[in-house]
Design a protein around this ligand. Structure first.
Ligand code: GDP
Ligand code: MG
Length: 210
């Protein structure tokens, strides 16, 4: 009896345990390398130029709950965004902007990617983060971005940022965890808002409602 009324309260049809996350950024900043490191724990030095969207999947467990993450590795869709790409954009839950230490334009272009997305998405409904890749590069190895420039960009666009290296793996898991935590928190907030009676049950069971 108890479980029946609980199911009615939380509307199980809306429970979700998967998130779609899109990576956006200039070519060669390391989007594919980040996903290969995060999902398969590998790093390849050669660049694969793909013209189509590639999907990477990973199942993760946070606080005893499992989530299926689906990452969309996008090629440059800015000049030619087709119908299925527009659909992918509108269905995403989170956006990871990526730039890299060896390319100062890639940091400047984060604004361009941001503006591009506003044509298709209400960004206030999405979780977003900025990753600065190639942290392993030292001064004299082509490092072209300063901490001040990153701080300014982060403040201007109100994007939390994290410096990572797909090559060494440094901070890749922690950086991506930031956006996953935000997505889970957002779902939990919504479920609390939609039904305050079930807060305790959800905190125990970790149900997430769209
Ligand atoms: P994408 O076009 O954004 O998908 O970039 P790729 O993942 O194809 O990477 C472009 C190039 O940068 C490749 O040669 C990678 O080996 C290299 N690369 C990617 N991540 C890193 C990193 O963290 N450090 C260094 N030093 N090189 C990287
Ligand atoms: Mg790529």
């Amino acid at each position: 009896m108890k479980s029946e009324s609980y199911e009615k309260k939380i509307d199980v049809s809306k429970i979700r345990d998967s998130f779609n996350i899109i990576l956006m950024g200039d070519s060669s900043v390391g989007k594919t390398s980040i996903l290969e490191r995060y999902c398969n724990d590998i790093f390849k030095t050669e660049k694969k130029s793909k013209k189509t969207i590639e999907i990477f999947k990973k199942k993760v467990t946070f606080l005893d709950n499992s989530y299926q993450l689906k990452f969309w590795d996008t090629p440059n869709i800015m000049n030619n965004c087709n119908k299925s790409e527009k659909k992918m954009l509108s269905n995403c839950d989170g956006i990871i902007y990526v730039c890299s230490y060896d390319n100062s334009d890639s940091l400047k272009h984060i604004n361009t990617w941001y503006q591009f997305l506003t044509q298709y998405i209400d960004l206030s409904t999405k979780e977003m983060i900025l990753l600065i890749n190639k942290k392993d590069l030292k001064e004299g190895e082509g490092k072209a971005i300063t901490e001040e420039q990153i701080d300014k960009k982060s403040k201007d666009l109100q994007l939390e940022y994290y410096e990572i290296s797909a090559k060494t793996g440094e901070n890749v898991f922690d950086g991506i965890k930031i956006i996953i935590d935000k997505l889970i928190e957002r779902c939990n907030d919504r479920s609390r808002g939609s039904n305050s009676d079930s807060i305790n049950e959800q905190e125990k069971g970790g149900c997430n409602i769209i």
